[in-house]
Design a binder for this molecule. Structure first.
Ligand code: SF4
Length: 314
């Protein structure tokens, strides 16, 4: 690890709907080191996808800042912004929607190189070839159209397109969720290899805990627009401190006969983001909730393994 690549400070993103304000992200802070994979997990509605879009400059924040390599991506303009855009790339869940169906795979991969005016035609061809090679797409795929490829091959093509721009950061939003389990494992291994080969960093957003565990150096757990726990991956899975994390982990399939974990069934759904519960937002579903939790919001303190809980488990 070598310095902070991405820094998010007190970020909020609210949506006004039907006269109500929905707080999708609420005063969230995190940082990603160069060369690190930071996993972001949480149930649907936790705000993780909104976080990825704001970090990628696709959605404007209501307040707070996103610094990439020390520059505020929402304050930069012109050439500086274009350079930042090239160095931050996103891989979405649906590769079909990410690729132009009327272009061959090679042309899809070349397109961002043309937009960013990188190299001449011959140079671009070489860059496309290198990118497709790096993601192990069979050479015959270059001249095919997206619908002629399998789901896994299409996602490889999307990753190749991002890679061709030589980014520093990939924001992966449910990048393997739509794939079969065996293909998921292949793409996760590919991403791990590419990280090492190209010195990449990932913000890896997913609802699947096992997927995040497989690839991440650290994991941040989100609940109702906030991070409730953040830790080095093994520690988070072996010794969660926040009751929400404990419940999520307890829902994973039993790893073996020696496993003594008890299954914790979360009560009810995530409450409305329009009227979040007072105090700790998790208190309506927490099996450890006490009076204090109903009126006092716990903070996420800066420490090695922070958990936003008045009564952390460890
Ligand atoms: Fe549960 Fe209270 Fe901790 Fe919230 S603060 S997670 S309600 S114990």
């Amino acid at each position: 690890m070598n310095g902070v690549l991405l820094e998010i400070n007190n970020l909020s993103r609210h949506f006004v709907t039907g006269g109500h304000t929905l707080k999708a992200i609420d005063e969230l802070s995190l940082s990603l080191q160069t060369g690190e994979v930071l996993g972001i997990v949480g149930e649907s509605g936790s705000g993780k996808t909104t976080l990825g879009r704001v970090a990628m400059r696709l959605l404007e924040p209501t307040s707070g800042s996103v610094l990439f390599e020390g520059r505020d991506i929402w304050k930069t303009r012109g050439k500086e912004l274009k350079a930042i855009r090239r160095r931050m790339q996103m891989v979405f869940q649906d590769p079909f929607a990410s690729l132009n169906p009327r272009m061959t795979i090679a042309r899809n991969v070349e397109e961002p190189l043309i937009i960013h005016r990188l190299s001449g035609r011959a140079g671009r061809r070489l860059m496309v070839h290198e990118a497709l090679d790096a993601v192990n797409l069979p050479s015959g795929c270059a001249d095919r159209y997206p619908h002629e490829l399998s789901g896994g091959q299409r996602q490889r093509a999307v990753i190749a397109r991002a890679l061709a721009l030589k980014p520093a950061l990939l924001i992966c939003d449910e990048a393997v969720s739509a794939l079969d389990l065996s293909v998921q494992a292949q793409i996760l291994n590919l991403l791990t290899n590419l990280k090492a080969a190209f010195g990449l960093s990932y913000l890896f957003i997913a609802h699947g805990l096992n997927v995040v565990r497989h690839i991440s150096d650290r994991v941040a757990v989100m609940y109702m627009g906030q991070i409730v726990e953040c830790s080095e991956t093994n520690e988070l899975f072996e010794a969660p401190r926040h009751p929400y994390t404990e419940a999520l982990i307890s829902s994973l399939p039993d790893p073996g006969a020696g496993d003594t974990r008890r299954r914790i069934i979360l009560k009810g759904d995530i409450p409305s983001l329009i009227e979040p519960p007072a105090g700790c937002r998790f208190h309506t579903r927490c099996i450890y909730a006490q009076d204090l939790c109903r009126h006092s919001a716990p903070a996420l303190h800066a420490e090695a393994h922070p958990a936003a809980c008045h009564f952390p488990l460890r």
